[in-house]
Design a protein around this ligand. Structure first.
Ligand code: ADP
Ligand code: MG
Length: 394
């Protein structure tokens, strides 16, 4: 790590200098970062107030390899921009310190990591509404239907995020299909299935390449870029999104697909736990609602803002249709990369033995179908049918 990285002692000095009204002599500082990229601290004072400091180092926390700190500026700008459009759904930013690559922000500890909530079998009933409320304005306003042509080019420049995109292009969209860095982690017993169904299925590989090329080159709108269930926090009353350092102008369906993928993973994994029946029904309900509502909402949001001198309603319909099929495609790639690639989640690793193999094959089949049938699946119940299908897995 480089010298500028904060520790508990230097944080006290930092707070004294930058937040004199917050400071007192008994500050409690705790490191809470659980990722492998950055440093995250939570600070409490004796008035019962708290704030969070997130610092990006030029050296990656886990491996020490260099990583451009422009990512923290991108993270901050995404939070500001989405915060303006949907203030309820992101932490407030108190201060941004470019020199030290630090964001000081609101402590959202009263919300819980969605991944852990899914694992314990909890999903708030209104989740789909909040997600739609959060995503529609940011995807809509940064699309070319609304954003000024000139400003959009400037924004694309600012949000050009080569190092973080490179991580996704490799880990999500390349390595799971060809293992050229020998990093895939394949559960013993799944080797032949993955070889035949993932590595060697040419028609399928072509579809993935099309999705990859689109991810790399289609500046459709500003996306979070890493909206898996570990970047979303929830409680009974709402939702917060954090960790937007992967943001860039890319295909809108990537964000929606990421959320759906983790719901499908939670559902299929939950089938192996007899205590989760009610929760599984609710998960299906959420998947169906998200898919059936979000595109309608996006259409309703964009229609009154459509410049009819330049775009027709028919165009808007096509535009939404494109996001819909991308959503299904990237739902598939996210599911597959978690099963085959080297960044597993705790949920993926929660099963062992025959159950694990059976569950993984099932996820791979669903992921593949979503990718191959991304243009023909139109309704949420079709995804539910796929989730419930009793697959021949041999
Ligand atoms: P990284 O980019 O290193 O993955 P994250 O932004 O995901 O870091 O933060 C790591 C962890 O720190 C989160 O999972 C969460 O538990 C905690 N955290 C981050 N931001 C906040 C915040 N504003 N309030 C409370 N906890 C936070
Ligand atoms: Mg991160």
């Amino acid at each position: 790590m480089s010298e500028k990285v904060l520790d508990k002692e230097s944080i006290r000095k930092y707070i004294k200098k930058n937040f004199p009204n917050f400071y007192d002599d008994n500050l409690k500082v705790q490191e809470i970062g659980d990722g492998n990229i950055n440093y995250v601290f939570i600070v409490h004072n004796n008035k019962g107030e708290s704030l969070v400091l997130k610092q990006a180092d030029e050296l990656l926390r886990s491996s020490g390899r260099p990583l451009d700190t422009h990512r923290i500026e991108i993270e901050k700008e995404y939070l500001l921009r989405s915060g303006k459009l949907s203030p309820k759904y992101v932490p407030e930013i108190y201060k941004f310190d470019l020199e030290n690559s630090i964001i000081a922000m609101e402590d959202i500890s009263e919300f819980k990591n969605l991944r852990k909530e899914l694992e314990r079998g909890f999903i708030p009933k209104d989740f789909y509404k909040w997600l739609i409320d959060f995503l529609v304005p940011i995807l809509g306003d940064t699309s070319s239907i609304i954003e000024n042509r000139h400003e959009k080019k400037e924004n694309i420049k600012f949000f050009t995020n080569p190092e973080m995109c490179d991580i996704s292009e490799d880990l999500v969209l390349t390595e799971p299909y060809e293992d050229y860095k020998n990093r895939n982690i394949i559960y013993p017993g799944e080797e032949t299935f993955i070889k035949e169904n993932i590595y060697e299925d040419e028609e399928f590989r072509l579809a993935v390449d099309i999705l990859k090329e689109k991810f790399m080159n289609y500046n459709q709108c500003l996306i979070h870029g890493d909206l898996h269930s570990g970047s979303i926090f929830v409680n009974e009353n709402g939702l917060k999104v954090i960790d937007s350092e992967f943001a860039f102008y890319g295909p809108g369906g990537y964000d929606i697909g990421n959320v759906l993928a983790h719901f499908i993973i939670a559902f299929i994994t939950g089938l192996y736990d007899s205590n989760k029946l009610e929760f599984l029904d609710e998960l299906e309900n959420q998947v169906e609602k998200i898919f059936d509502e979000i595109f309608k909402e996006l259409y309703r949001y964009l229609l009154p803002k459509l410049d009819i001198n330049h775009y027709s309603k028919k165009f808007l319909e096509e535009f939404i249709k494109g996001i819909k099929s991308d959503t299904l495609g990237y739902t598939g790639t996210e599911i597959i990369r978690r099963v085959v690639g080297d960044t597993k989640t705790s949920e993926i690793e929660s099963l062992e033995g025959e159950d694990r193999i059976h569950r993984d094959k099932r996820l791979l089949c669903i992921g593949k179908k979503l990718i191959l049938e991304r243009k023909s699946i139109l309704k949420g119940y079709e995804i539910i049918d796929l989730m419930e299908e009793n697959l021949e897995l041999e």
